[in-house]
Design a protein around this ligand. Structure first.
Ligand SMILES: CC(C)(COP(=O)(O)OP(=O)(O)OC[C@H]1O[C@@H](n2cnc3c(N)ncnc32)[C@H](O)[C@@H]1OP(=O)(O)O)[C@@H](O)C(=O)NCCC(=O)NCCS
Length: 189
């Protein structure tokens, strides 16, 4: 499989992550609210941890995942990251995301993930997408709901964060749900 392609929406460009993004990622991870519900990053952020994470991510094969820098088209500035972890045997992918706090509440992540969903079903021909968030992450819950993910259950104390176990809500979107979501967004008649 070749490198995952760039995606575009009205306001955003989703381009493959690069080693030169490290400094900007460290800067954005310096905001406590961004890391509050993230599994692998804890405040205060350690730049060396970001370096190791990024090198690991850049070494992964496209068969196993895609990582995109979410770029504000107008400013040509990295404002977040989204990932798609692939499970080829089950034709499944899991979506992850985070955004610069100063860009929250403008519908940007919903816009970005809608493009990842398009790509997942239309081009990668996936059968299913997974999305999870820790209980209490209302913004992430709203992103899942607005996009048409179905709530399927909860992993009790499924993630360990900041020394405590947190319940995790689990969502899924099947290819048939995607068709329904497209109709709702007026993209098919
Ligand atoms: C989750 C996150 C990516 C959302 O990005 P965003 O661009 O602000 O998302 P959107 O604007 O598309 O949608 C957010 C929705 O949550 C709502 N929301 C946010 N905080 C809320 C709160 N405390 N109570 C109620 N609704 C809330 C917003 O009003 C919006 O819903 P609406 O469009 O119905 O009004 C962003 O908050 C973030 O980066 N959080 C930190 C990292 C993180 O938690 N990542 C996800 C891990 S699963």
């Amino acid at each position: 499989m070749s490198r995952h392609r760039e995606l575009r929406s009205h306001r955003l460009r989703l381009r493959p992550l690069e080693a030169t993004d490290e400094e900007r990622i460290v800067e954005l991870m310096g905001e406590r609210a961004v890391t509050r519900f993230l599994l692998y990053f804890t405040y205060p952020i350690n730049p060396q941890q970001v370096h190791i994470w990024l090198q690991n991510v850049l070494g992964l094969q496209p068969e196993h995942c895609a990582y995109w820098a979410i770029v504000d088209q107008k400013k040509n500035l990295l404002i977040g990251i989204t990932s798609l972890t692939l499970d080829p045997h089950n034709q499944k992918g899991e979506i992850g995301y985070w955004l610069d706090k100063s860009y929250w509440g403008k519908g940007l992540m919903t816009e970005a993930i809608w493009q990842v969903i398009h790509y997942s079903f239309d081009e990668l021909k996936l059968h299913r997408l997974d999305l999870t968030h820790m209980v209490g992450n209302i913004a992430s819950q709203r992103v899942a709901e607005k996009l048409g993910f179905q709530l399927e259950g909860c992993w009790r104390e499924g993630h360990c964060k900041d020394g405590g176990f947190r319940d995790v809500k689990i969502y899924g979107m099947l290819a048939v749900d995607y068709l329904r979501a497209k109709k709702r967004f007026g993209e098919v008649s």
